[in-house]
Ligand binder design. Structure first.
Ligand code: NI
Length: 177
């Protein structure tokens, strides 16, 4: 297992669509183990493969309380079949640094996915779990939570991020002097 680097906005890989998994082999299990380790180390409650630069339809989720670890849910080729209701809550993302905003999501969803062995699973989710699934499935489609915000809010975040990257660049240059 290894902790992978989480890529950050505005990396173009975050905007690419992930491809479905067709082979459920040891390589997939290793990738999922790396993703889980990366997510727990961050720490986060969900991670999509795009976020470590791998364009495959894999997400890992763990919304269990902190003292109740290792309730990992890997979803391969996840798809939201149905959604109903609407709920607004604050969201953040490991790839969208230093930012959180209210996002409207379905309150209840029906999900179809494969497990690590390639078996089809179908289940219903609500609450925080449903929100995290919707957020991660968005990633697989090249979408970020900031895409759900008003264009004004998104523009403000872009500006803030640009400034942040500029400062980081200046610091790097200074350290190299
Ligand atoms: Ni995210």
């Amino acid at each position: 297992m290894a902790i992978r680097e989480i890529i950050k906005y505005p990396d173009p890989l975050l905007r690419k669509k992930a491809s479905p998994i067709t082979e459920f082999n040891a390589e997939l299990k290793e990738l999922v183990a790396d993703m889980a380790e990366t997510m727990y180390a961050a720490p986060g409650v969900g991670l999509a493969a795009n976020q470590i630069g791998v364009l495959l339809q894999i997400v890992v989720i763990d919304v269990s309380p902190k003292d109740d670890k290792n309730k990992l849910i890997p979803l391969i080729n996840p798809e939201i079949l149905e959604g109903e209701g609407s709920v607004i809550d604050e969201e953040g993302c490991l790839s969208v640094v230093d930012y959180a905003a209210n996002v409207e999501r379905f309150s209840q969803i029906k999900v179809c996915a494969r497990d690590l062995e390639g078996r089809e699973i179908e289940f219903e989710a609500d609450g925080w779990f449903a929100r995290v699934i919707q957020h991660e499935v968005d990633h697989l489609n090249g979408k970020l939570f900031i895409d759900h915000l008003s264009s004004l809010k998104r523009a403000l975040y872009k500006k803030k991020r640009k400034k942040q990257l500029l400062i980081e660049e200046q610091e790097r240059a200074e350290n190299n002097d």
